[in-house]
Write a protein that binds this ligand. Sequence first.
Ligand SMILES: N[C@@H](CCC(=O)N[C@@H](CS)C(=O)NCC(=O)O)C(=O)O
Length: 198
Amino acid sequence: MMKLYYSPKSRSFTALWLMEETAQPYERVLTDITTGAQKAPAYLAINPMGKVPGLQDGDTGLGEAAAICAYVAERYPEAKLAPPLGDPRRARYHYWLFFGPSCIEPAIIQIFTKIQVPSSTAGWGDATQVFDVLDQALQSGPWLLGEDFSAADVVIGSGLDFAVRRFKMVPTRPAFDRYLDLCAARPAFQRAQALSGN
Ligand SMILES: N[C@@H](CCC(=O)N[C@@H](CS)C(=O)NCC(=O)O)C(=O)O
């Protein structure tokens, strides 16, 4: 059985939400970052960054919430959280899976720290551009791939929820509200929130 290492009120939420969407059994291992548990040598063998979330599947250890989402979605194809190999929607699926850590995450940190970086140098351009692009993509829907919910929605929905609703760093917009309401209505999202203590 897969083991998910998590800490309350953290980016572990993304991986908890994904695991809950699979409807597969998994073991949750509390790795409380306030106690330094994420730096224990045994845990570093799973995620050498010493951060949560972390996943163990047999002999395989994995960190990075988006990577965990992508990996678990492929491991449980019956959960239909990823378009199958050869499906042209995989292009868009990968785009959004990577957009989370490559663009939304640094945009949030830029807003938080107010650091100035030339937009042509910063891989995420600038924070306004990131949220404009996402706004545009969410004009249609209901999900990023259209009718079908996917692991990309877990990655993007978590990042947007974090930025707009939990920490109110980014002003909301009608398309964000519509999308975040849809995410929040999913039973797996609600179970993950309860588990994560959000
Ligand atoms: N890029 C990582 C970020 C993970 C991360 O920053 N986790 C934080 C909690 S939100 C953490 O473990 N902090 C404790 C530490 O760094 O010691 C991911 O997406 O999984």
